[in-house]
Design a protein around this ligand. Structure first.
Ligand SMILES: Nc1ncnc2c1ncn2[C@@H]1O[C@H](COP(=O)(O)OP(=O)(O)OP(=O)(O)O)[C@@H](O)[C@H]1O
Ligand SMILES: [Mg+2]
Length: 422
C-alpha cells in the first residue's frame, strides 16, 4: 500500500527538538516510541528528517505535543491535488471571511480522520454554507490523505464521465494501478479507494436527483451514482467520500443504519451569533436590530450577505430603516428561492401555498381539509421532508404538530399568484 510520506522541515526539526528537551526525553526515549505506537527505527528516521508514513509522523509529533502541520515539510509532497478547480455556481466565495462552524468542522474532521468514516453527507438548504464548510474541511484535513479529489456535480455529469475524468487525471499522475484492467468503472474506482487513502468530494449532488421527488430519487440515467454510493458505504476501503447537497439521497438512510459509525450526515443549520460578522463587514448600524435580521433570514449566510450589502447600498447601512420597509425578499434572494421551489413536487408546492395563504400555524388535519386529494399518510412524510430535508417549512411549538413558513419564504410566495406556483 503506497500511503503518503512526510518528513520534518528544517525549522520543524528545531521545534520538535525543543519540545523533546522540554519534556526531558532522550533522543531515542522509549516513552516517545511507546507514545507514538511506533518503532525505534521509525523514530530514528523521523529525527533524521527522512520521510516516514504519515500516521507515524503525526503520532511522533503528538507525543511531544507539537502540531504536526507546523513541522512537516510539505514542499516534498507532489501527490496532493484537486481534480479540477473548485467550482461555485455564484462565483468563488471569499473564504478569508469564514465565520463560525467550529463544532461542525470539528465533528467532520473527527469523522473523516479519526473515525475513518467512509461516506459523509453535508446537507442543508441552498446558501446555508455546504460548499464553504466542505472547502474548509478539505483545507484542514487534506494532508491526511494520499489524494484529494474535488468534483462539482452542478452540471449533472453522468457518473461514467466523472470516473473517466478522474481516471485520466490519475493516470496523468502516473497512477499505473489504474491502467489496464477489465473491471467496470465503479469496481476500478472502489479498488483505488481501497488501495489509497483518498478524500473525494462530490459537491452539489442535488443536481443528479430528480426534481419534484421528495424521496431523494435519481434522475433517469443517474442510478449508477446510487450503486457507487452504496458500495462506498458498505465495502471496506480506506477512503472517505464527502457528498454535499440539499437533499439526502435515497439509499443514505439505509446505509447509515447498516453501517453505523462509518456513514454519517451533518445537517447544517443557520449561523447564530457569528452571523453578526456580515453586518460588521458592511459597517451596518442599529446593532439592536441585528438579532432580528439573523432570525428573519434563519442565519442563512447567503441571504445575510445579500441583505447586508443591500442595506449598505440602499439604506445607508441602517438596519431599522430596512426593517421598517418590510420587504424581505430583495435582489438575488428572489431568484434563489425561486430555484429552490422549482425543485418541489406538486404536493409540496401545494402545501407551501396553503401555509402562505393561512399566514399562521397549520396542522396536518387542516392541511388535509385544504388538500382533500392528499391522504393523511401521504402528507406526513412530505411535510417532514419539507422540514428536515429541504428546510423550507418549520414546525411550530404551538399548537403542537403544526407547520408554518419562514418569513422570507412566506413573503416570496405571498407575492405570487397561485398559478405561478402550482
Ligand atoms: N460560515 C460562513 N462564513 C462566512 N461566509 C459564509 C459561511 N458559509 C457560507 N458563507 C457564504 O455564503 C454563501 C453561500 O455559501 P455556499 O456556496 O457554501 O452555500 P451552499 O450551501 O453550498 O449553497 P448551494 O446549495 O447553492 O450550493 C457564499 O458566498 C459563502 O462564502
Ligand atoms: Mg454549494
Amino acid at each position: 500500500m503506497s500511503g503518503i510520506k512526510l518528513k520534518l522541515s528544517k525549522e520543524g526539526w528545531r521545534i520538535v527538538e525543543e519540545a523533546r528537551i522540554n519534556k526531558g526525553w532522550t533522543c531515542q526515549d522509549p516513552r516517545w516510541v511507546i507514545g507514538a505506537y511506533s518503532s525505534l527505527s521509525n523514530l530514528k528516521r523521523f529525527r533524521a528528517e527522512t520521510s516516514i508514513g504519515r500516521e507515524d509522523f503525526i503520532k511522533f509529533c503528538e507525543a511531544v505535543e507539537v502540531f504536526w502541520r507546523d513541522v512537516a515539510d510539505f514542499n516534498s509532497n507532489p501527490r496532493l491535488f484537486c481534480l479540477e478547480p473548485i467550482k461555485y455556481g455564484r462565483g468563488v466565495p471569499d473564504f478569508s471571511k469564514f465565520h463560525g462552524r467550529t463544532t461542525e468542522l470539528h465533528n467532520l474532521e473527527k469523522w473523516a480522520v479519526n473515525d475513518y468514516c467512509r461516506f459523509i453527507a453535508i446537507l442543508g438548504m441552498g446558501g446555508i454554507g455546504k460548499t464553504a464548510v466542505a472547502v474548509k474541511l478539505v483545507e484542514k484535513i487534506r494532508f491526511r490523505f494520499d489524494y484529494v479529489i474535488w468534483y462539482s456535480l452542478r452540471s449533472a455529469p453522468l457518473l461514467k464521465e466523472v470516473l473517466t475524468n478522474i481516471f485520466e487525471f490519475l493516470r496523468s499522475r502516473q497512477q499505473s494501478d489504474l491502467s489496464q484492467n477489465n473491471s467496470d468503472d465503479i469496481s476500478k474506482f472502489m479498488k483505488f479507494l481501497h488501495s489509497h487513502r483518498c478524500l473525494v468530494i462530490f459537491d452539489n449532488s442535488e443536481a443528479i436527483l430528480r426534481s419534484g421527488d421528495y424521496a431523494g430519487a435519481y434522475q433517469d440515467s443517474y442510478q449508477s451514482y446510487g450503486d457507487l454510493f452504496t458500495r462506498v458505504g458498505e465495502e471496506q476501503h480506506q477512503s472517505c467520500l464527502v457528498l454535499t447537497g440539499h437533499d439526502q439521497h435515497r439509499e443514505f438512510d439505509l446505509l447509515k443504519v447498516k453501517n453505523s459509525g462509518t456513514v454519517r450526515a451533518c445537517r447544517l443549520e443557520g449561523l447564530k451569533e457569528e452571523a453578526r460578522e456580515f453586518f460588521i463587514e458592511r459597517s451596518l448600524s442599529d446593532k439592536a436590530s441585528w438579532e432580528m435580521l439573523i432570525t428573519i433570514y434563519r442565519g442563512n449566510p447567503l441571504f445575510l450577505k445579500i441583505v447586508a450589502s443591500h442595506i449598505e447600498e440602499s439604506f445607508g447601512g441602517q438596519v431599522s430603516l430596512f426593517l421598517k420597509r418590510r420587504t424581505l425578499v430583495t435582489g438575488s434572494i428572489e431568484m434563489f428561492i425561486g430555484q429552490q421551489l422549482d425543485r418541489l413536487s406538486e404536493l409540496e408546492k401545494n402545501i407551501m401555498y396553503r401555509l402562505a395563504r393561512e399566514n399562521k400555524p397549520v396542522s396536518y388535519y387542516q392541511l388535509q381539509e385544504f388538500l382533500p386529494a392528499a391522504r393523511l399518510e401521504q402528507l406526513s412524510p412530505v411535510c417532514e421532508s419539507l422540514v428536515s430535508r429541504r428546510s423550507l417549512i418549520e414546525k411550530c411549538a404551538e399548537p403542537l404538530g403544526s407547520f408554518t413558513l419562514p418569513p422570507v419564504i412566506m413573503e416570496y410566495i405571498r407575492n405570487f399568484d397561485i398559478d405561478d406556483l402550482v
